[in-house]
Design a protein. Structure first.
Length: 220
């Protein structure tokens, strides 16, 4: 329903924010392509944060029982950022907003952005126990990594992502497919090319997903 409303707002709202800022008859489409690709890099950063969170807490990422049980505030990326998955979601939302009409961007930020923030706050009420929350959790930034995060990525984070690549692929294949379409759109500025790349990636990754599911079944 949200995407249908967003599509309608973009159809009726005129040109996207990015084209209003960067489109120029002198520079042609070059600056616009650069702007879209910059948004794609922000999107890529968001997907990476989701990769990182998935590598440590698995595919059940919202109000996960594993988070409550294992207290991931003290392990992995949760020592440096409290909500890596929600940070990734916010970056993805921010990367898409400039590609929407002004009305669509406002709707996307006020629904997806605020709902993601709501999820983060609700999760904090679960994690904030007398032993952990107010004393230790409050010193961890909510959405921005604190000092030492890059060192953690080099020493442990990237290795954990590589180790859990299969689970990450199953969990984030939709975002990967969308990112492929996003990149193709950035270099072509063709909506048709975006849909071809997006659906082509979905079909390809669905085939890979089925292959893994079939090959992982025990032989009778």
């Amino acid at each position: 329903m949200i995407f249908l409303i967003l599509w309608r707002l973009n159809q009726s709202g005129g040109y996207p924010l990015l084209s209003r800022l960067l489109a120029s008859p002198i520079r042609g489409t070059l600056s616009l392509k650069a702007g879209v690709l910059l948004c794609w890099w922000v999107y890529l950063a968001g997907v990476f944060f989701r990769f990182l969170g998935t590598a440590y807490i698995g595919r059940q990422k919202i109000w996960s029982a594993k988070i409550r049980k294992e207290n991931t505030q003290t392990t992995g990326p949760f020592r440096y950022i409290r909500h890596p998955v929600y940070t990734g979601s916010l970056l993805i939302i921010f990367s898409l907003a400039p590609l929407c009409s002004p009305q669509g961007a406002l709707f996307l930020l006020s629904t997806g952005g605020l709902f993601t923030y709501y999820l983060a706050r609700q999760e904090e009420t679960i994690l904030d126990t007398p032993v952990v929350g107010r004393q230790q959790g409050s010193s961890i930034n909510r959405f921005w990594p604190k000092k030492g995060f890059l060192t953690f990525l080099r020493n442990d984070g990237l290795r954990e992502i590589a180790k859990k690549k299969r689970e990450i692929f199953f969990s984030e294949f939709y975002n990967i497919a969308f990112g492929t379409g996003f990149f193709v759109f950035g270099i072509s500025l063709s909506v048709r090319a975006f849909w071809y790349a997006f659906f082509g990636s979905l079909i390809l990754m669905s085939a890979v997903f089925l292959y893994f599911r079939i090959s992982s079944q025990p032989i009778p």
